[in-house]
Design a protein around this ligand. Structure first.
Ligand code: BGC
Length: 852
């Protein structure tokens, strides 16, 4: 039984208040101004607002599923506006929508209760809740009577998505509903100042917003956590300035995205996903194939204007340095500007996208007239492409044009780096043999996007020649199989001895039995996943945390357990709980991390003696996509630091975050948990988050889901068929950057298969690439229930599940949340002591780092 770290104080703590204030300060940096004709900021003159839309009261602070965070309260949009001293004149219309939602929720709950009754199994209800989560219904139409006099109108469009299900390109999700369009049209005709705010975690179709006359501003307010309403009101009124820029391309139409018709369930096939677009993901596709997006990658307006001038580009060894001066040319508002450095590599044996991001920087807040010179640096070796034929990264000969711009759709050529002959920057070995023929996209007949004067810029660009010896080829070293350690000494070695320098880890590992190590390599939800442990809340130590490692060897070997809890939008724990005199949790007096209708039908606990109540409210921070939209690594590090503080306070060692899969397609149900379509952005953001968390003693991040968890439908059984080049340049690159830059304490594998092999059981991915090539030192763990037990659908799956024995063999140290069957599988399937020792070593190193 645990000694709870949670607080006994029911009142909001000083930490909660301070953290909400912190988020309030930085969140506006992630809001992106998409359109503005001067309507925003509304300013002091505004006293009355007509507020409409499904997000006005029912706003989304973050998405659904394990990424949802249980904060004490959420400041809604209406509340935030009212708190700012403004009257909201559309209360009765908002009441009307409340009523529609209450009725619809009651029907949904009834349906779930019915399922529990008919099956007698609350888990069935949970699965239904998970597979078909509740969504608020369509909005009612606004009538003339609803449109009371006001100084401005605001329409909030909200969209929710979550784990286990992908989004759909239909009205109410990716598309606007007819009622939404009609409402926006009416308001645009009625009010002089009209703002549309997008409370969304991903892309939606914005055509209507741009074509309806009278929409004065469109603000991607995103999903900012539990102070969302306050942050929004600050931006609306001009107390904060939105300085965000998109981290994903917003297309004109859903069908403009590559592989739009085959993504996830779009073609009815969720067993196999063919990554036929290869490396042409996001802006790499749009630019190269001549598809003009609605809003480019990196796009974002400001309340003011900036002049961006490249003053110098130099090449020193293999380092390119661009000096860019940015001036706020407005006279009213301050602001921050983003500057991006792209490179256009020459085509040769390999096709190259028109441009790739290689560096970025954001100014400080510049007052009107103020100027700052930014320095952007990139190494030429990062311009190389992966050549599957030679299993190496190569720089092909030719001119590499360096571009500077505010976003992918607006750059100019500022220099060219001349590479005389082919250079191998890195010699590897191919590790991801394709299991089927791919019909890879080629740019042969494509007409890229261009602009007036591009050719002249290229022709007159200053040429910097790369010296042949500027780059030294890196040759990967692959380690051979581990050798068994033996220690026959009768004296029992403990982890405390290792810490004290009295013994080595080898001494300890040499004494551990296969049984002891199998136990250590499997999480503690031993009743079987999906049985006695509700999904994602299997910890016995910190209520609502997702799982624990074993403490079986705590007493005799000092191997304490690690506590693992979700993110990424904060720390997901049970917000409050009560225990009896034996310290046993009383479920019906506790809020569980996942409350679902039908749960109340579970048997009542016998309450023994005195009841003690505990509280562990955490801060819901902005979703990962919004953090990325800040393009400010200091802000992301601060967000990580904030989470680390809460982990330290509540006794969590490993945060199951950040999520860093590539936003390959806008319909992925978990895109909100991910940063970007670009691996450099994803990698840098994850590294900043990790640095923030790992400042705290005993706390580390778990970058996830490694790799290619780019869709949610059939996520546990889908087989991602991807070329080795696309894997290395796009889907693994962000993980590589995060590992090299920040050495996170752990990595979580994804459920899916990659080229026919489960990521969780993939030696090449986990050991050869991640450990040997990149130097990852931490623990690798599985996603929850990878080895079976939480099938979300009752059907035959084309591909089976991974297994715990192959996890150990491939270097996946921890099977989570664990079951007896996992241990048995490791012991029965002939996993060697040496293989177990390799995994146990890394877990023990993590315990040493976190618990000593
Ligand atoms: C999710 C993970 C999460 C885990 C634990 C899984 O369903 O995919 O992202 O960390 O549950 O809650």
């Amino acid at each position: 039984m645990g000694i709870w770290r949670a607080s006994k104080e029911a009142e909001m703590s000083a930490r909660e208040k301070a953290h909400m204030e912190k988020v309030r300060k930085f969140a506006a940096e992630g809001m992106v101004l998409l359109e503005n004709n001067g309507t925003l900021p509304l300013g002091d003159g505004v006293k009355k607002i007509a507020l409409f839309g499904n997000g006005a009261r029912h706003m989304i602070k973050g998405g659904k599923g394990s990424g949802d965070v249980n904060s004490r309260s959420v400041v809604g949009i209406e509340e935030g506006i009212k708190e700012a001293g403004i009257e909201v004149v559309s209360g009765s219309w908002l009441d009307g929508y409340d009523k529609i939602c209450v009725d619809s929720r009651a029907k949904y709950d009834e349906h779930i209760q019915e399922m529990v009754k008919s099956t007698g199994n609350p888990m069935v209800a949970f699965m239904e809740y998970f597979n078909n989560p509740y969504h608020d219904p369509d909005i009612q139409e606004i009538t003339d009577a609803d449109m009371q006099d006001a100084d401005a109108a605001v329409y909030v469009i909200a969209r929710d998505s979550g784990e286990g299900r992908d989004r759909k390109p239909v009205a109410g999700d990716y598309e606007l509903t007819d009622n939404e369009k009609k409402n926006i049209e009416k308001l645009a005709g009625r009010y002089d100042k009209f703002v549309v705010a997008l409370n969304v975690g991903g892309v939606i179709d914005t055509k209507a917003l741009r074509s309806i006359k009278g929409v004065g501003a469109v603000l991607l307010m995103s999903q900012a956590g539990n102070v969302i309403g306050t942050v929004f009101a600050d931006v609306l009124l001009g107390k904060s300035i939105p300085t965000g820029h998109l981290a994903m391309t917003w297309a004109e139409n859903y069908s403009d995205y590559p592989a739009y018709d085959t993504f996830s369930s779009q073609n009815g096939n969720v067993d196999d996903e063919y990554y036929n677009e290869g490396i042409f993901v996001g802006y790499r596709y749009f630019d190269t194939f001549g598809k003009k997006p609605a809003y480019s990658f990196g796009y974002g307006l400001s309340y003011t204007d900036f002049d961006v001038k490249t003053t110098d580009v130099t090449l020193d060894g293999e380092t390119v340095t661009a000096k860019v001066s940015v001036k706020n040319t407005g006279d009213k508002f301050s602001g921050k500007e983003l500057v991006q450095l792209y490179v256009s590599a020459p085509d040769g044996k390999l096709e190259k996208p028109v441009k790739e991001l290689k560096a970025f920087a954001k100014t400080k807040e510049l007052a009107p007239g103020e100027e700052e010179t930014l320095t952007l640096m990139a190494k030429v070796s990062t311009f190389a492409s992966y050549d599957e034929k030679s299993a190496s990264y190569i720089l092909e000969p030719g001119k590499y044009f360096v571009r500077i711009g505010k976003n992918a759709g607006c750059t100019s050529v500022v220099a060219a780096i001349e590479v005389g002959k082919e250079i191998t920057t890195c010699k590897l070995s191919n590790r991801f043999k394709i299991d089927t023929e791919l019909d890879l996209l080629s740019k042969k007949n494509a007409t890229p996007l261009t602009y007036d004067g591009e050719e002249e810029e290229k022709a007159s660009a200053k040429v910097l020649t790369l010296s042949e010896d500027a780059i030294t080829t890196v040759v990967a070293e692959y380690k051979s199989a581990p050798v068994e350690l033996k220690n026959d000494s009768a004296e029992k070695v403990t982890l405390a001895d290792v810490k004290a320098g009295k013994a080595t880890l080898d001494d300890l590992l040499g004494q551990l039995t296969r049984e002891e190590m199998a136990d250590l390599c499997v999480g503690t939800a031993r009743g079987g996943f999906g049985g006695d442990s509700v999904i994602g809340t299997a910890s016995a130590v910190v209520p609502g945390a997702a799982g624990d490692t074993s403490s079986k060897m705590a007493a005799d070997r000092g191997v304490h357990n690690l506590v693992l809890a979700d993110g990424p939008a904060g720390l997901r724990l049970t917000p409050y709980f009560a225990v009896d005199e034996d310290n046993k949790i009383i479920p019906e007096m506790s809020a569980m991390a996942f409350d679902f209708p039908g749960k109340e039908n579970q048997p009542k606990t016998d309450i023994k003696g005195e009841v003690t109540k505990y509280y562990q409210y955490c801060t819901a921070i902005p979703i990962a996509t919004m953090l990325a939209q800040t393009w400010n690594m200091d802000v992301i590090e601060e967000a990580g630091d904030l989470v680390g503080t809460e982990m330290e306070e509540l006794g969590v060692n490993l945060w199951l975050a950040p999520g860093m899969n590539i936003q390959k397609n806008p319909l992925c149900g978990r895109n909100f948990e991910y940063y970007s379509e670009d691996p450099l952005v994803a990698g840098m953001c994850a590294a900043a988050d990790t640095k923030g968390v790992q400042k705290h003693k005993g706390c580390g991040t778990t970058i996830k889901h490694f790799a290619c968890n780019n869709q949610e439908d059939n996520r546990m059984h889908t087989n991602a068929h991807v070329s080795e080049r696309a894997l290395r340049e796009i889907y693994l690159k962000g993980f590589e950057i995060a590992v090299r830059e920040s050495q996170p304490l752990s990595i979580m594998t994804s459920y899916n298969l990659i080229n026919g092999l489960h990521a969780a059981n993939n030696y090449d991915l986990l050991t050869a690439v991640c450990r040997n090539e990149w130097g990852f030192k931490g623990v690798v763990m599985t996603d929850w229930g990878t080895t079976g037990g939480i099938e979300m659908e009752q059907r035959e799956f084309k591909y089976g599940t991974s297994n715990a024995a192959d996890c150990v063999r491939s270097g996946n140290d921890l099977t989570m949340p664990g079951s007896d069957a996992d241990i048995q599988n490791i012991l029965d399937a002939g996993v060697t002591r040496a293989e177990l020792q390799a995994c146990a070593r890394r877990i023990l190193e993590c315990v040493l780092e976190c618990r000593y």
